[in-house]
Design a protein around this ligand. Structure first.
Ligand code: ADP
Ligand code: MN
Ligand code: MN
Ligand code: MN
Length: 336
């Protein structure tokens, strides 16, 4: 037995977009099972989660991973937030998903989330001339070279860190706007998708911090003729992945078409700035689905169409969405 550092991570009460908070506790390790981790608390009056006169909130560990930054047996711990009396805190969006999943394990929902983000240094996106603009978009997507991509050393370190932590990262790429990048998590189940995307976000912020760079998930970090940042959510159920799955996918698209506004309501704040109908998006006021259509709300990938089974891509969620809420909404509408 030896002392280890456990970084407890949770979502705060910031509105309309929750932020991540974390603090360290030193405990006896190594930890091999989530049950070994003690509950902890924090001052909710400093995180918009409680009033000063009754400020204690409770942290319950729900997912942990090896800490790739500190190394050794140190760990990162994702937590749910509860009120002092043990009831679920209203900022806790994981609890409703956890409840929902009790009724939907048989359908085996899988998610693959494409997390786009933008590096900033000071007030400009990383690599942009101070107070000015780079060359128009075109060469930057999946680009190579010091004049085209900015921040690769951070991206590489983040990717290795996620893999070390056991996050199901499936890839990374440089995006259309210079300074913008993407990583993908999945396919994994709903709770894992939420836990892992939040932990991967924490690792991104934390690693970029060492480079004096910040990462933002704002859906439209630069106004004008520049791509926004989304979090395309790829989704399938067991029935969609089996023979005849394409029919199930089309049925799902039809259900989604009837619940567009409800979905948009939990797909991220300021998303109207991004879903304009330009820059590979469908207008927020419309709903369309189509094969290979990157201007649709839902894209059915070419391979899914060809194989007659697979998954659908919901292109509407913005980069700052809460994956717990987005996964829950998709399950509610499609599996309900
Ligand atoms: P795009 O062509 O839209 O950029 P990406 O390769 O970035 O696509 O992301 C595709 C995502 O879809 C990955 O996260 C991958 O894990 C996920 N994915 C693959 N198959 C499935 C599936 N059956 N169900 C859900 N997600 C899936
Ligand atoms: Mn992608
Ligand atoms: Mn992308
Ligand atoms: Mn995509």
């Amino acid at each position: 037995m030896s002392k280890i550092k456990a970084e407890y991570i949770w979502m705060d009460g910031h509105f309309p977009t929750q932020k991540l908070r974390s603090k360290t506790t030193v405990i006896n390790g190594p930890i091999t099972n989530i049950e070994q981790l003690p509950d902890w608390g924090f001052d909710g009056s400093s995180t918009l989660q409680a009033e000063g006169n009754a400020s204690d909130c409770l942290l319950k560990p729900v997912y942990f991973a090896l800490d790739p930054i500190r190394g050794g047996d140190d760990i990162l711990v994702m937590c749910e937030v509860f009120n002092a009396d043990g009831t679920v805190h209203k900022s806790n969006s994981r609890a409703p998903l956890r409840e929902l999943m009790k009724n939907h394990t048989k359908q085996e929902p899988w998610f693959g989330i494409e997390q786009e983000y933008t590096f900033f240094q000071g007030r400009s996106p990383l690599g942009w001339p101070e107070g000015g603009y780079p060359a128009p978009q075109g060469p930057f997507y999946c680009g190579v070279g010091a004049d085209e991509v900015f921040g690769r050393e951070i991206v590489e370190e983040h990717m290795s860190a996620c893999l070390h932590a056991g996050i199901e990262l499936s890839g990374i790429n440089a995006e259309v706007m210079p300074g913008q990048w993407e990583f993908q998590v999945g396919p994994v189940g709903a709770l894992d998708a939420g836990d892992q995307v939040w932990m991967a976000r924490w690792l991104l912020y934390r690693i970029a911090e060492d480079f004096g760079v910040s990462a933002t998930l704002h859906p439209k970090p630069v106004k004008g003729d520049w791509n926004g940042a989304g979090a395309h959510t790829n989704f399938s159920t067991k029935a969609m992945r089996e023979e005849g799955g394409l029919d199930v996918i089309i049925e799902a698209c039809e259900k989604l078409s009837k619940n567009h506004d409800e979905h948009i309501a939990v797909y991220g704040a300021h998303n109207e700035e991004r879903l304009t109908g330009l820059h590979e998006t469908c207008s927020i006021k419309e709903f369309r689905y189509g094969v290979s259509d990157r201007g649709a709300s839902i894209r059915i990938p070419m391979a899914t169409h060809k194989d007659g089974k697979g998954y659908l891509e919901d292109r509407r969620p913005s980069a700052n969405m809460d994956p717990y809420k987005v996964c829950a909404k998709l399950i509610e509408t499609v599996c309900g």
